[in-house]
Design a protein around this ligand. Structure first.
Ligand SMILES: [Zn+2]
Length: 202
């Protein structure tokens, strides 16, 4: 039996049954504790021979930046994972960081960003979204997908205005090399269950 990581399983579910089913070229990003991903080209999952590859979370987006769990500095996931956002916002608010992603999204961000207009938390959120946009646009430039699917805990941001803030940043001018139509950016249809559904496909 071939063991595949959660991000690849989730990507398979989205490709076969979910958000990517009508597309041949797609990038799947799983945003949670870290950032994982998978890429489909011409309908096929790209798989290197040597290591698993597609460690999107560990591409460096800030040279000499924050220490990542992998030991490198400045990795994408050290800035743009849901864990990174949670750590920063709870630090700003001097709170225990051991909260659920749902609490962060539905209570803290809603209250501090959209109701209290807390400038410091808004800046934390803006920084997070800018790093997320940077990483996504790097992947768009490399793979030229027709669609980018955002899964993991971020799939629960589907109806949250924060998702539109991200879209505005990605769709702004001069964020990608090719200035034509940007790929479609959506959240994962199967949310956090995608990994389990995908595991049955292989
Ligand atoms: Zn790393």
């Amino acid at each position: 039996m071939i063991l595949r990581n959660d991000a690849k399983c989730a990507a398979m579910a989205e490709k076969v049954y979910g958000a990517m089913k009508d597309y041949k070229d797609g990038v799947f990003l799983c945003l949670g504790t870290g950032i994982g991903g998978a890429v489909f080209m011409d309908g096929k999952l790209l798989e290197p021979k040597r290591y698993s590859g597609f460690e999107m979370g560990h591409m460096v987006i800030n040279k000499g930046g924050r220490l990542c769990s992998c030991g490198k500095k400045g990795c994408f996931e050290a800035y743009a994972s849901i864990k990174a956002l949670k750590t920063k916002v709870t630090e700003t608010l001097d709170m225990d960081s051991d909260i659920s992603g749902e609490y962060l999204r539905e209570v803290i961000l809603k209250r501090e960003v959209f109701e209290n207009h807390n400038e410091v938390v808004i800046q934390d959120l803006e920084n997070f979204l800018e790093y997320l946009q940077t990483g996504i646009c790097n992947l768009i430039d490399i793979f030229e997908p027709e669609i980018v699917v955002l899964g993991g805990s971020f799939s629960y941001y589907e109806k949250n205005p924060i998702f539109n803030m991200l879209l505005d940043k990605i769709n702004a001018p001069k964020t990608t090399f090719n200035e034509g139509e940007k790929p479609k950016i959506v959240t994962a249809e199967f949310k956090n269950d995608a990994g389990i559904i995908g595991a049955t496909l292989i």
